[in-house]
Design a binder for this molecule. Structure first.
Ligand code: NAI
Length: 485
């Protein structure tokens, strides 16, 4: 049965590499039909604030699969990246990136005879990519990092399922929960919760800096790693470097309803229009897409033709043996087409039903809302009020205390997260934005309105920049202590 997908050619080298990949698909008798959609830089320029037309949005939501070339985000126009927006709006929560040593693509590891075959699953819609940032004072910018339990559970479950499908025996969770105790802490806690459902997969965790060191020294230790968004972004580019660079890094953005397949690299403006770009990363992304759609035989045929071609030493200008002439995008694709039905000497792909993904094209009728545990007892303890001030900590404390009602006490003042009152060090350097923490006194009942009044009263003395409530969840504090508190 033929499946219809949405295709966006992209900007820069996008149209060149997309044409090459679709030609290879045709030669391999891939049973897909394409509906081309209007997305990318020229649509921003034409006044579409999201970088796509309404018709493109409708088509993608109807078909559920988008195969896309790289797209340029116009700089300095205040518009958000279309690539990030597409992933977030359509809830493609898992970003899967496969990295493997390819014969013919020389790297330090291939020279040392160390094969690499690992998958990074990166959370794709939360974390700092919410892009929620504010200038609190002219000198102080803050960003919100949003990690949620349902969001973490979704991507972690996907990673375990993927590991099982691929026949992996282990999955690691990369994190920085030693520093970001509540955000990364929640991700890590969720990882071990879900790991209980997958006793056949060995689960472990590793701090992200240690992970980076181990990936460059002993990458063969890992089979699959799941990470939060920003850390996953950085670690996956590191892995691209291990296997020969961005030209070989495919990516699948998987959601429950819509999935997007694209290369990791960008529009390569320096070589756009020259017809010399390497289409391998987009082709590998297309292969991931075929597997997702259940076309596992076509996926294996194309992957084997690609591996065979690389083994023969055919290369574009960005990799391979510089002493032999480089193919251009079209002749590289021609070589793969000529090799369809050939098998590489090493690492041939065998079609196994286990590799089959289950695509799901449900069309929801309302936005899905997930709340994990409705029985949790919440208690309001106090508030952190962020104020702009050039005063010294003790002076600030005195003014703040004057404003307090009897239900509350001033417990701490910090600057850049380091406690400066009631105790601190004279060597701690300050900026003009403080966090002033108030907590209710023992046994007092307080309302949220009363807490908001603290900020309102303080605003008579200081510029209040922001307010954050202090909560307990089932008796456990839901906020971090200041450094030195
Ligand atoms: P880039 O990945 O486009 O280019 C980096 C370097 O790699 C350049 O020297 C380029 O020539 C080379 N390169 C990339 N892909 C190649 C290929 N297939 N064959 C041969 N050489 C290749 O990254 P850059 O320059 O930072 O970004 C350019 C534009 O792409 C920006 O507007 C950026 O926003 C956009 N971009 C889009 C992405 C997407 O659509 N998912 C991802 C990353 C960047």
């Amino acid at each position: 049965m033929r499946t219809k997908i949405a295709v966006a050619k992209g900007d820069g080298i996008g149209p060149e590499i997309m044409a090459a990949v679709l030609r290879i698909f045709e030669a391999a008798n891939v049973q897909l039909d394409y509906e081309y959609v209007e997305m990318g830089k020229s649509y921003f320029d034409a006044g579409h604030s999201t970088g796509m037309t309404a018709a493109a949005k409708e088509t993608i939501e109807r078909l559920g699969i988008l195969f896309k070339g790289p797209m340029e985000t116009p700089k300095g126009k205040g518009v958000k990246s279309i690539n990030v927006t597409a992933r977030k709006v359509w809830n493609t929560y898992a970003n899967q990136r496969d990295f493997r040593t390819l014969n013919g693509v020389e790297t330090v590891f291939s020279k040392a005879g160390i094969p690499i075959n690992l998958t990074i699953v990166r959370e794709n819609i939360e974390d700092t990519y919410g892009g929620i940032e504010h200038l609190l004072t002219n000198d102080v910018a803050v960003g919100r990092r949003i990690i949620t339990r349902p969001g973490s559970a979704q991507v972690i479950r996907y990673a375990f399922e993927m590991a099982r499908r691929k026949g992996y025996t282990k999955l690691a969770c990369g994190h920085k929960a030693n520093i970001m105790k509540l955000t990364d802490g929640m991700f890590l806690e969720t990882f071990y919760e879900i790991a209980k459902e997958y006793p056949d997969i060995e689960s472990s965790d590793i701090i992200v800096d240690d992970l980076c060191m181990k990936l460059v020294s002993r990458p063969q230790m890992f089979q699959a790693i799941v990470l939060t968004n920003l850390q996953g972004d950085i670690v996956s580019d590191l892995c691209a470097g291990l296997v020969g660079g961005l030209g070989f890094a495919p990516s699948a953005n998987i959601g429950d309803n819509i999935s997007i397949f694209e290369a990791v690299h960008g529009t390569a403006p320096d070589i756009a229009g020259k017809g010399i770009a390497n289409p391998t990363a987009l082709l590998l992304s297309g292969i991931l897409m075929l597997r997702y759609l259940g076309a596992t035989t076509a996926a294996a045929t194309i992957e084997n033709a690609l591996l065979y071609t690389l083994e023969q030493g055919v290369h574009t200008g960005d990799f391979g043996d510089r002493s032999t002439a480089a193919a251009n995008t079209d002749t590289f694709a021609d070589a793969i087409i000529a090799n369809i039905s050939k098998q590489p000497a090493e690492g041939a792909i065998i079609v196994t039903p286990d590799l089959e993904y289950k695509a799901n094209h449900d069309h929801p009728v309302k936005n899905k809302l997930t709340v994990t545990n409705t029985g949790v007892v919440e208690e309001m303890i106090g508030v952190d009020v962020f104020v702009r001030s050039d005063l010294q900590p003790a002076e600030l404390a005195e003014l703040a205390q004057r404003k307090l009602t009897d239900n509350f006490q001033l417990v701490m003042i910090s600057n850049r997260g380091t406690q400066v009152w009631p105790t601190g060090s004279i060597f701690t350097e300050l900026v003009n934005e403080y966090r002033v923490r108030f907590e209710k006194k023992e046994g007092r009942e307080i309302t949220q309105k009363e807490i908001l009044h603290i900020a309102a009263d303080l605003s008579e003395e200081f510029k209040v920049c922001s307010v954050e409530f202090l909560m307990k969840f089932n008796g456990k504090i839901g906020y971090t202590l200041a450094q030195g508190q």
